[in-house]
Design a protein around this ligand. Structure first.
Ligand code: DQA
Length: 151
């Protein structure tokens, strides 16, 4: 069984209440239970973690390497745009990370266009709402399956 971590950064605990015109009306709990259910359908177990604190996100990324997590779906929130410490944490672990953004960061304020995480991520999905997390889950499961068949 594959183990996937769903990691959400700052302010994503406010989903459902926060700028619903941009982020929709579903909550973080809705998102987490949906990805857990999708994972189950695809034969993967999904753990979830959300934090508003940079250091806690870094500690969770490090722990994922020790726990032999196979892939991480990560929405780093605003840290995406400036946290070199989170970028270094992603680069420090051998686990593939797919960066996800609910909104289309390319048609909003200019500061959102740049990601310091993307160069060390396995891929990036933006602008597809919660569906982006589903695609990231599928991509990580597919990627891991391919790696195992190459062993
Ligand atoms: C976000 C986009 C970021 O720019 C913003 O700071 C967020 C959410 C998204 O999911 O669209 O907190 O990562």
């Amino acid at each position: 069984m594959q183990h996937i971590l769903l990691l959400n950064g700052p302010n994503l605990n406010r989903l459902g209440k926060r700028e619903p015109d941009i982020y929709g009306s579903e909550t973080l709990e809705d998102l987490e239970s949906r990805i857990i259910a999708k994972g189950r359908e695809l034969g993967a177990s999904v753990s979830t973690f959300q934090s508003n604190h940079e250091g806690e996100l870094i500690d969770r990324l490090h722990l994922a390497a020790d726990e032999e997590i196979d892939g991480i779906i990560f929405n780093p929130g605003a840290f995406t745009h400036y946290s070199y410490a989170i970028r270094d944490a992603v680069a420090s672990i051998p686990v593939p990370v797919i960066e996800v953004h609910i909104s289309n960061v390319h048609n909003r304020e200019p500061f959102r266009e740049h990601s310091v995480i993307a160069p060390v991520a396995a891929g990036q999905i933006a602008g597809l709402g919660f569906l982006g997390y589903d695609f990231a889950l599928q991509a990580l499961i597919h990627k891991q399956g391919k790696e195992e068949s190459n062993d």
